[in-house]
Design a protein around this ligand. Structure first.
Ligand code: TRP
Length: 479
């Protein structure tokens, strides 16, 4: 009762009382305009599909390499569990309570909990981040699709480090070729979002994810025997904190947001379709563990190949495209495994790309009364056009560098290291401080009291303070 009173005085009295009159005083149960997931498992699969993607297999290994290894891995793991997990729970919770697109959800909940519409800003930050991320994500996904065909035509057989590297350099150096694959990938993404079949993809995720895991295990078998395994273990798990600086910590945190798909409303949009009885905590924990496992496995596959072949761990975005083909070239049945692997990775990228578009498309549909098709097309076209700058970042505009590097580098930095943590910060502050504890405990497993307490501690104190410290540290405030 006491808490309720505080909530009432903090909130806009009129909206709250109006809402209580409508909803029988406890909790308003809205329903989504876009229908619900068919089951709890369907939701877990959808969030896993959003989380597992290029972030785990393409980005994680190259970030580890660029940022010096073990220390980056440790900081990333801490960020995933102490910051990413509570934010994922907060995001899904807000999504389910608001049952609208992220901008409308934050506006409605802001009004309801605090009498402030300005929380819609969180959703707007998310839309911008989604545009930036998908614009380059689609280009890299295009590389993956192209590599399906290379593997299928046995292009990796009888190759060595030099030919594989040359193959990659020639490929990304041709803007027409990678522009073509970017266009193809974006077309498929837009088509699926336009048809609104996201929720039909759950069955595919159910088969593809275990298959991807199985192929990673086969590759792990190869990597263990490649001759570089011991060195890779040392590189990945022996942290040397003396080389860590503010930028590295910021990148590790940014990557934790990126890989879990939190901070921009993707999982908030998915939470809007979540049936009321599903457990948010269980889902989030399962997804976070699966996501982390796949990333670590990818690292355990890539780095032995790097060290066994004398490659540079800090090679950058080309790293997986220059290591895995070597393995496929030497493995028995490598043509088949390679084809399957890049196919599954393309599919994982597709389910992530869809989740990057969904918040913006849902928002455009709800606020401009466009059809799903028109909304998907308009949003997709803008993202595609923006993606051309990333296409050119590997050839024509390679040397056109400002601030953090090429257009691609800047889009990634701005979205992953600034916008996602900023969105995440606002989300936890809202869920932990602004939202009344009655509302949050009502949404988050009222039965499992200790999980709620742990979430609240992390969401109120640990996550927001950590994000702030990492931000301030990166801009040199503590030096
Ligand atoms: N997490 C996905 C990956 O690892 C990418 C992704 C999907 C994403 N939705 C997102 C990243 C939302 C940031 C925010 O490939």
């Amino acid at each position: 009762m006491f808490v309720r009173l505080i909530c009432l005085t903090l909130g806009n009295f009129r909206t709250v009382t109006k809402r209580m009159a409508n909803s029988g005083a406890t909790n308003s149960r809205r329903s989504s305009l876009h229908g619900n997931w068919s089951s709890k498992l369907a939701f877990i699969l959808a969030v896993t599909g959003a989380a597992v993607g290029l972030g785990n297999i393409w980005k994680f290994p190259y970030m580890v390499g660029v940022n010096g290894g073990g220390a980056f891995v440790v900081i990333y793991l801490v960020c995933v569990f102490a910051i990413g997990l509570p934010i994922m729970m907060s995001e899904i919770m807000l999504g389910r309570r608001g049952r609208r697109n992220p901008i409308a959800t934050m506006r409605i909940l802001g009004e309801e909990e605090a009498g402030q519409r300005r929380w819609a800003l969180v959703g707007i930050v998310g839309v911008v981040a989604g545009f930036l991320i998908l614009s380059f994500y689609s280009v890299i996904a295009g590389w993956t699709v192209a590599y399906v065909f290379k593997a299928a035509t046995n292009a990796f057989a009888n190759t060595d480090v030099t030919t594989i590297s040359e193959m990659f350099d020639t490929f990304v150096g041709n803007p027409f070729v990678i522009g073509f694959w970017h266009t193809a990938f974006m077309t498929v993404t837009v088509t699926l979002v336009a048809l609104g079949v996201e929720r039909g993809l759950e069955k595919a995720v159910r088969i593809m994810m275990p298959a991807l895991l199985a192929l990673l295990l086969i590759l792990l078998g190869y990597a263990v025997n490649s001759g570089g395994f011991a060195q890779a273990l040392k590189f990945l798990f022996e942290p040397d904190f003396s080389k860590v600086n503010g930028e590295i910590v910021l990148s590790a945190m940014g990557h934790a947001f990126f890989t879990l798909s939190v901070g921009m409303g993707s999982v908030m949009a998915y939470g809007a379709y979540l049936p009321q009885e599903a457990s948010i905590a269980q889902t989030s924990i399962a997804v976070v563990i699966a996501d982390t496992l796949i990333a670590i496995l990818a690292g355990l596959v890539v780095f032995p190949i790097v060290f066994a072949n004398g490659l540079n761990p800090a090679e950058g975005p080309g790293l997986v495209f220059q290591t895995l083909p070597l393995a496929f070239g030497q493995l028995a049945g490598g043509g088949l495994f390679g084809t399957l692997f890049f196919l599954l990775l393309s599919f994982a990228a597709l389910t992530s790309a869809i989740s990057l578009m969904e918040p913006t498309v849902a928002w455009v549909i709800e606020s401009y009364r466009l059809s799903r098709r028109a909304a998907a097309f308009v949003v997709g076209f803008i993202i595609w056009a923006l993606g051309i700058l990333t296409v050119l970042s590997f050839s024509t505009l390679k040397n056109a560098t400002i601030f953090k590097g090429t257009f691609f580098d800047n889009f990634d930095y701005l979205a992953s290291n600034i916008l996602l943590p900023l969105g995440g910060l606002l989300i936890t502050v809202f869920a932990g401080w602004v939202m009344c504890s009655n509302s949050s405990s009502d949404e988050l497993d009222p039965a499992a009291g200790y999980i709620y307490k742990a979430w609240r501690l992390l969401a109120r104190f640990v996550a927001p303070v950590a994000v702030l410290i990492v931000f301030l540290n990166a801009i040199g405030v503590f030096e």
